[in-house]
Design a protein around this ligand. Structure first.
Ligand SMILES: Nc1ncnc2c1ncn2[C@@H]1O[C@H](COP(=O)(O)OP(=O)(O)OP(=O)(O)O)[C@@H](O)[C@H]1O
Ligand SMILES: [Mg+2]
Length: 353
């Protein structure tokens, strides 16, 4: 779906690039207007009856952060799942349709969860393998499986790697609980279109990554079974630094395969490249790239991305951009420089459209 951002210097209304792979990446330093712009895009999805899933790791979409006029427009469409209050409507240990292949499905699930935990909690290989063994053991010897039971099993094992793995798992056990129902995501994707906010802001950084990986994997799994290019939905990730973006991460799969299932990702980040992060590949996946005033350290990088030949011109434009103004690169050769500089509409201008 084509979404409007705002108006260019030549008074042209500028919207996102409308292709099946219409992911949007928004970057810029703090306070420039990224979240504000995302809210405008969400409003347009809601107006078109498209479901929206927001994974909020930075408290941008907390109940008291959403402007009153936007909230009253969404009314009963707004659903917030706060991990601190009740179980998330997702079963991380779901093994899908098990006809004839139960053992293989258990191995896949245990490997998936152990690998997510290894990556996010920095488990060593032995610790990861103890976690894997515990998941398989608990799954096979209980009616239901939870991270608490996996933790208890690790403690029982009395081996040093298992004990250390249990200690590292503790913030996950104390911070989050999950549903044990397997169909809980169906209504998120295929019920009456709503704005679903998974509120993870109160978790520690590593637990945010674990939980968002679990949500994104479950979404992708559901989409693979039931998604189609016609059933659109918008996925919002406002603070990419809190999301696992590695090569085999669920987000990477969603960005590359999601278009077949109608997913449009809207991602935002303050930095494209910093010590621990590199979102260049995400930048390349996005059909529409939105640059607010960058941090000083990234002005050169963004200017070069916009045009290697005209980078000095772009550098001076980027340096002086006020809040609420951005450069929108839709990869169109025909885009003239004037039409790439956009003043983002105010919330009320979008609401009145
Ligand atoms: N187009 C706009 N029109 C009017 N006000 C705006 C506009 N864009 C941003 N603002 C205001 O500027 C402030 C900062 O915007 P916003 O929260 O979107 O920044 P951000 O880029 O998401 O920052 P951070 O990286 O810290 O999350 C907000 O108070 C917002 O209301
Ligand atoms: Mg923000």
């Amino acid at each position: 779906m084509r979404k409007i951002f705002g108006i260019s210097k030549t008074k042209k209304e500028i919207s996102s690039f409308d292709t099946p792979n219409s992911h949007i990446l928004i970057t810029g330093k703090s306070g420039t207007g990224k979240t504000y712009t995302i809210l405008n895009l969400i409003v347009q999805a809601v107006a078109n009856n498209i479901p929206v899933v927001i994974i909020d790791t930075g408290n941008s979409f907390a109940n008291n952060q959403i402007p009153v006029n936007v909230k009253s427009f969404m009314k009963d469409k707004l659903l917030i799942y706060d991990v601190a209050d009740k179980p998330l409507p997702i079963n991380p240990f779901f093994i899908g349709n098990i006809e004839g292949k139960k053992n293989q499905k258990i191995i896949e699930m245990a490997n998936r969860i152990s690998d997510i935990l290894k990556g996010c909690l920095k488990l060593g290989m032995q610790q990861r393998n103890e976690v894997y063994e515990s998941i398989v053991y608990v799954f096979n010897s209980n009616d239901s499986i939870t991270f608490q039971k996996v933790f208890d099993r690790l403690e029982e094992m009395k081996k040093s790697p298992a004990k250390t793995a249990a200690e590292k798992l503790l913030p996950l056990i104390t911070g989050v609980s999950f549903s044990d129902k397997n169909d809980s995501l169906d209504y998120v994707l295929y019920g009456n279109p709503k704005v679903h906010i998974f509120q993870l802001s109160r978790l520690s950084d590593e637990v945010k990554k674990i939980v968002s990986d679990i949500i994104l994997f479950s979404l992708m799994d559901k989409l693979r079974q039931n998604g189609s290019i016609e059933k659109n939905f918008v996925l919002v990730l406002d603070e990419l630094r809190n999301i696992n973006c590695g090569n085999s991460a669920p987000l990477t799969k969603i960005l590359t395969e999601g278009r077949k299932f109608g997913v449009e990702c809207i991602c935002a980040t303050q930095f494209i490249r910093s010590k621990n992060t590199d979102f260049i590949s995400i930048l390349e996946q996005a059909a529409t790239r939105v640059f607010f005033k960058p941090n000083d350290s990234e002005i050169k990088l963004v200017a070069k991305h916009l045009s290697n030949i005209l980078r000095e011109d772009w550098k001076s434009i980027l340096k002086t951009m006020p809040r609420g103004y951005c450069i929108i690169d839709r990869g169109l050769i025909a885009d003239c420089k004037e039409d790439m500089a956009v003043k983002v509409y105010k919330n009320e201008e979008i609401l009145n459209k």
